[in-house]
Each structure stands twice: as C-alpha cells, then as structure tokens.
Design a protein around this ligand. Structure first.
Ligand code: DX5
Ligand code: ZN
Length: 214
C-alpha cells in the first residue's frame, strides 16, 4: 500500500486549513510540510507557528521536511509544533547522528533527506537509527519541478541498503511525482510519495490521490 503525502507547498495558502481537510477527505495518508529558509534553498515558506495552527485541524501525521541551514537551532520549535516525522537534510547538519538521536529522544520519528547529488552511502552509518529516508527527486526549493529520471538507480540503491541493514526505514521520494512516474519510483523501491502539484493542481483531489495509489 503506497503512502501518499500531499505537499501543502502547492496548496492555496489563503485556505490552508480547508485544503488540508480536503486532501484528508480525499484519502491522503500524511501531510507533507515543506519548510524553507532562503539559505539552504532559494525560497521561503512556513515556520513552526503555522505548523502548530494546522496541527489542530487534522489528525493525519505531519511529515515535516526541513530545508533549512543549521536545522538543530529549530528542532525544538518543530517538535513542539506537532511533527510526527521530522526530517533534516544530511547536507545541512554537521552532527547528523546527534540530531537524529535528539528527535527520537523527544518521541518523534526521525527522517533524513538527501539532495539529488548526494549518494545514499552518505547516510549509511546512521541508517539503522532513522525512521525515514527521503530521497529528493528534484533539487529542493520549489514545487512543480520535473522528476529527475537518473534518481531511479539511486532509489534502487537506497532500497537495497534498507533491505540489507534497516528494513524498518520508510523510503520516501519527493519532487515531480506524477501518475506517469509513480509506478517506476515504486518499482525502484519507494513506499511513500510526496505529491504537491499532482494533487493540488488537480480539480479532483480524490481522483488524483486514488490514481497515485495505483
Ligand atoms: C521541493 C519540496 C517538495 C515539493 C513537491 O523542494 O520539498 O516537497 O513541494 O512538489 P511537487 O510534487 O509539485 O514536485
Ligand atoms: Zn518536501
């Protein structure tokens, strides 16, 4: 069963609560929340205050993706805001093992994300410690970009690593996921799928999510 996590980055920000309720009613499994700081990525989005407000309107798990420099400085804020999965970028953290341990100590699931140019081997030493590996299939910063096809072998490599040493880890892909490529990403070994544009640009969220579930 595929986990579909609509990214609210592509939602109508003037109606964020309604948009989340709508994708929840349409069968979304998680809500993917993209946090950007204008440093690690060239865009600014939302902070912990918005996450805390949204926490009150849905029971769906919050899959919080921190695309920020020095994420350690903001872990407490996003933990308190109600993250279920809290994901940091391997490229942004100096002491990755410490950040993962800190998140888990607080009773939240820890994720690590890797950019398209980062090899999965970079996170191998901490793979057994994490709950989620988020493989970026676009360069992070914006919704609505094209899936990078050369990420398929990387997803396969990540799947092999997970199966061999840490089968509990959820393998999630993020960026440019559509009905046209989700089967390929799933066949490569991904089990959770972020979908921004593919859901929120569709006139019918239920139909979009059902189609992605395959
Ligand atoms: C990219 C974000 C993604 C993005 C996904 O920087 O991390 O979550 O919003 O949106 P789509 O599915 O439109 O590529
Ligand atoms: Zn994301």
């Amino acid at each position: 069963m595929r986990i579909i996590a609509p990214s609210i980055l592509s939602a109508d920000f003037s109606r964020l609560g309604e948009e989340i309720r709508a994708v929840e009613a349409a069968g979304a499994d998680w809500i993917h929340i993209d946090v950007m700081d204008g440093h690690f990525v060239p865009n600014l989005t939302i902070g912990p205050g918005v996450v805390a407000s949204l926490r009150r309107i849905t029971r769906l798990p919050f899959d919080v993706h921190l695309m920020i420099a020095e994420p350690d400085r903001y872990l407490d804020a996003f933990l308190a805001a109600g993250s279920d999965f809290l994901t940091v970028h391997a490229e942004a953290v100096v002491h990755l093992h410490r950040a993962i341990a800190y998140i888990k100590e607080k009773g939240v699931k820890a994720g690590v994300s890797i950019n398209p140019a980062t090899p999965p081997a970079m996170i191998e030493p901490v793979l057994a410690d994490i709950d989620l590996l988020l493989v970026m299939t676009v360069n992070p910063g914006f919704g609505g970009q094209k899936f990078i096809p050369t990420m398929i072998p990387k997803i396969q490599a990540a799947r092999r690593m997970i199966d061999e040493t840490a089968p509990h880890v959820v393998l999630e892909v993020d960026g440019g996921i559509t009905v046209a490529n989700i089967d390929t990403a799933a066949a490569a070994g991904a089990t959770a799928f972020v979908a921004g544009n593919a859901v929120f640009s569709s006139p019918d969220y239920r139909q979009a999510i059902t189609a992605l579930k395959g």
